[in-house]
Design a protein around this ligand. Structure first.
Ligand code: NAD
Length: 285
């Protein structure tokens, strides 16, 4: 079994982004800018935003976080997004999800200028992804694809089973794999007999949020396991959705949690923001 080291690859990608920022500065006289909207006081959301801010600082981006109270109005968030859409110093806009229940999340995501949609959640970019066109791809599944490529894992014609079908993880993951010519199955909470499906997987990708959902007897010998889940165990440790201890004895490759997909998500956010900055600078010429 070999570990798929997302921490190491993310460091490598940060170095590439850092040199991209230097080049961007030479040509444009400015640096890429990322704006984050953080609503409420969810500790996990605050921790993710803080990690993203630190990563921006490491590569020399300008970054700003708009912190808003839990009881914020739809209109106030929309005004902030419009302001960021019109701000030439901002190349990427990220809305930290989930938003509180009084907010219409779809409307908020649709208001983000698609050319600044570095999370790839705008329906325009979702459509481009599903039709195989260039655009912004959600950071977590994009990070998984980079990790597979780094270890020369061939996807074409492979049976890929994606467990979890959210708009930010499972669905874009499945679209990317399909675009790479895999045979793709998507499982979710209503899938009958999950094991029957997971046993088919040459590559099993799990993003659900349930500790130990995937056990040794649900995995084919020598399968490749991508654990996207991030859960807090009772002992306070971060763990994925896969029973790592037992599954790792049976598979050929596996991502650790932490240190697998998590750092790749942040690296892809940096890379998407640099891509947006380069495209936005070209548009301004
Ligand atoms: P979500 O709640 O939006 O979606 C969960 C999906 O899992 C749904 O499609 C649901 O149908 C499915 N599901 C739930 N229980 C299931 C079960 N018992 N069997 C099969 N399918 C089941 O969650 P999300 O935002 O997609 O996040 C999923 C996990 O990925 C979470 O643990 C989250 O923390 C993690 N995550 C990790 C990263 C990263 O950078 N590694 C990024 C985003 C999310």
């Amino acid at each position: 079994m070999q570990l798929l080291d997302g921490k190491a690859l993310s460091t490598k990608i940060e170095t590439i982004v850092l040199s991209g920022v230097k080049e961007f500065k030479k040509i444009s006289g400015s640096v890429p800018g990322l704006a984050v909207v953080l609503v409420g006081h969810d500790p996990a959301s605050a921790a993710y935003v803080s990690m993203k801010k630190k990563a921006c600082d490491r590569v020399g981006f300008y970054s700003v976080t708009h912190e808003m109270p839990e009881d914020i109005s739809q209109e106030a968030i929309e005004n902030t997004i419009t302001m960021m859409n019109n701000n030439p110093n901002i190349d990427g806009i990220l809305i930290q999800l989930p938003l509180p229940p009084q907010i219409d999340t779809t409307k908020i995501l649709e208001l983000v200028d698609p050319s600044k949609d570095v999370d790839g959640f705008h329906p325009y970019n979702v459509g481009r992804l599903t039709t195989g066109l260039d655009g912004f791809v959600p950071c977590t599944p994009l990070g998984v694809m980079e990790l597979l490529a780094e270890y020369n894992i061939d996807i074409k014609g492979k049976n890929c089973v994606v467990v979890g079908a959210s708009n930010i993880v499972g669905k874009p993951m499945a679209a990317l794999l399909l675009n790479a010519d895999a045979t793709v199955e998507i499982c979710h909470i209503f899938t009958d007999d999950l094991k029957k499906h997971t046993l088919n997987a040459d590559i099993l990708l799990v993003g659900v949020g349930v500790i130990n959902l995937i056990k040794e007897d649900m995995v084919k010998q020598d399968a490749i396991i991508i654990d996207i889940g991030i859960n807090r165990a009772d002992n306070g440790k971060l763990v994925g959705d896969v029973d790592f201890e037992n599954v790792s004895k049976k598979c050929s490759y596996i991502t650790p949690v932490p240190g697998g997909v998590g750092p790749m998500t942040i690296a892809m956010l940096l890379s998407n923001t640099l891509k947006a900055a380069n495209a936005n600078a070209l548009r301004r010429v």
